[in-house]
Design a protein around this ligand. Structure first.
Ligand code: PLP
Length: 405
């Protein structure tokens, strides 16, 4: 699918035609515009915690500035931050990595871009289970790879099976990319489920795996499992993680990978030309995040869990909405296809995008259409906002959907 949402009057590079503006960002922009006109919009489109960054992390940034950490850091990140990441991987995930197998970037988004550009050649096939995070497709298209989707169904909690994976792999498959906990569905692969997928990957040694674990700490079912734990795969797995979600640090722009040394060296080469490395002050703050008290992160997860329970039980009580219980992240991803073909006498809902627009204009709530994530029967609702706001938003949603007959 080639989408150009921005009209350029100048003739610019053709690669721009391969990517579209993320629907999430488009909806957030629209929501801001309506708010600026004085309309009381509740924005449930955002993928960021509504909490402030914990104080001890902010204090570390201030101290870093005062201590003179204001110069270029090493391209791959400060040595002590890379070391802190190794400790974190050992402590939380029982994974052993050396500092030269770790690299820091300007957000997990850049970590992903570095990895995709380091692995994918033009024409290579990249497998992405649906629903997927919007950016995966765009990054693969920029690398001139060919995206092949593996459909995750609501019946299977939006997870793929080993049989589906086996059937999707061809001689041209170069990479498999996924997130667990998943944005947008909140699905979490268990150790057994990952072990079964790992068995398939063992039979296909040409396939790399990008495992996006950015929502690791926002997990409601217990221990986070990484596919990097299966040692036979270890050299082909690029584990991606970051600080945005678990530490409420979206604006700091700090993420990292753990991978084979050669992949890290390739990413470092690219990053050296793109950014010269991540922000030095954010990096110092990142050390405080990883080595400091995790209580604020745990409290945030507890708050997300209460909101999840409220949001899902309320959605399940709205006629026509089919919602599964997310095990992680902070999104509900209900199936709203029962409204397709219905009308309030003025607007007829043909698809998920129409429904998202209907909710925005008639209900003053911003959501994101599922087609942005490869699932056009659904919409995404972020519950990274206060319980009071969520109560008001879901009341508006119930009333607005009831208009459709
Ligand atoms: N991966 C997933 C699945 C995400 O949802 C996001 C942010 O929304 C990211 C990566 C990017 O995180 P960062 O803010 O570290 O770039």
């Amino acid at each position: 699918m080639l989408l150009t949402l921005t009209a350029f009057s100048m003739e610019l590079a053709q690669r721009l035609n391969r990517v579209s503006e993320p629907q999430t960002i488009k909806m957030a922009k629209l929501s801001r515009e309506l708010k600026a006109k004085g309309i009381n919009i509740i924005d449930l489109s955002l993928g960021e915690p509504d909490f402030r960054t914990p104080q001890h992390i902010c204090d570390a940034a201030v101290a870093a500035m005062n201590e003179g950490y204001t110069k270029y850091p090493p391209v791959a990140g400060f040595a002590d931050l890379r070391q802190a990441i190794c400790h974190k991987l050992q402590r939380d995930n029982n994974l052993t990595y050396a500092p030269e197998e770790v690299m820091v970037s300007t957000g997990a988004k850049q970590s992903l871009a570095n990895a995709v550009l380091s692995i994918v050649n033009p024409g290579d096939e990249v497998l992405i289970p649906t629903p997927y995070w919007v950016t995966y497709r765009a990054q693969v298209q920029l690398a001139e790879g060919i995206v092949k989707y593996i459909p995750g169904t609501i019946e299977n909690d939006f997870k793929i099976t080993p049989q589906q994976l086996e059937a999707a792999i061809t001689d041209k498959t170069r990479l498999f990319m996924y997130s667990s906990p998943c944005n947008p569905t909140g699905s979490v692969y268990s150790k057994d489920e990952l072990a079964a997928l790992a068995e398939v990957f063992k039979r296909h040694p040409q396939v790399f795996i990008i495992s996006d674990e950015i929502y690791e700490y926002i997990n409601y079912v217990g221990h986070h499992e990484s596919i990097a734990q299966f040692l036979e795969l270890r050299d082909r797995v690029v584990l991606v993680n970051g600080f945005s979600k678990g530490f409420a640090m979206t604006g700091w722009r700090l993420g990292y990978i753990a991978a084979n040394k050669e992949i890290v060296a390739a990413c470092e080469k690219l990053q050296g030309q793109f950014t010269s490395g991540a922000n030095s002050i954010a990096e110092r703050a990142g050390i405080a995040a990883l080595t400091g008290d995790l209580t604020p992160s745990k409290q945030m997860t507890q708050a997300f869990k209460e909101r999840r329970d409220y949001v899902i039980s309320t959605l399940q009580s709205i006629p026509g909405v089919k919602a599964t219980m997310p095990d992680g992240a902070f999104y509900a991803f209900p199936d709203i296809s029962s409204f397709f073909g219905k009308s309030d006498g003025e607007t007829t809902i043909k698809n998920d995008e129409d429904l998202a627009m209907f909710l925005l204009h008639k209900g003053n709530i911003t959501t994101v259409s599922g087609s942005a994530f490869g699932a056009d029967n659904c919409i995404r609702i972020s519950f990274a906002t206060s319980l009071d706001m969520l109560k008001e938003a879901l009341e508006r949603m119930r009333k607005t959907l009831a208009l459709l007959k």
